[in-house]
Design a protein around this ligand. Sequence first.
Ligand SMILES: C[S@@+](CC[C@H](N)C(=O)[O-])C[C@H]1O[C@@H](n2cnc3c(N)ncnc32)[C@H](O)[C@@H]1O
Length: 191
Amino acid sequence: MKSDMEQQSATMPHGKCKKQYPNVILPQRGRGFFGIGIEYPRTAANIGTLWRSAHIMQADFMFVIGQCYKSVRTDTLKSWKHVPLFEFDSFEHFHACLPKDAKLVGIELDARSVPLTTYRHPQRAVYLLGSERDGLSAEALEHCNDVVQIPGEYSLNVSAAGSIVLYDRLLKNGSFGEACGSVGRMESAGR
Ligand SMILES: C[S@@+](CC[C@H](N)C(=O)[O-])C[C@H]1O[C@@H](n2cnc3c(N)ncnc32)[C@H](O)[C@@H]1O
């Protein structure tokens, strides 16, 4: 008989144990594809944190514009092994390499931003976040098909903002299945 500790852990090929959580809900893959990245990120820690979220939320790729990434401790899942990272020298370079028929979605507190709450995510989306200090460049904003904002008086940490948008995509696209749908139905039925 296995102990609780043994049941919650799986032995990895390198001999280390990876914690397994009970009763987890695994997101289902939806239609289309999506990637997320940051324009001129200033800290590797934020890239690592966003990469970890991108991995868990099943993004197809990550990217950075104007920065090379060195592995950091905030990416505890070693997401670089699972979610490919593309590195671009400039916005122009990045824009020229966008996947066919993908929409570029800026994530920014901007005059033209629409609220994320009612936003319908494109099937093929590339989400772009701005730098910690300066936000998205005017060039990037000009080329975005849509710009979305997360409601709130102040700006969030860049990787937190990206994680919220990815979660919103999965939630609205039904990637959490019945586990979430039933909660929504119960609450509205009670009103
Ligand atoms: C710390 S913020 C940049 C703030 C910058 N100093 C400014 O005042 O514009 C870094 C990035 O996080 C994202 N962000 C933060 N809060 C956001 C929000 N409420 N809605 C949408 N994006 C947000 C944007 O991509 C932003 O460029």
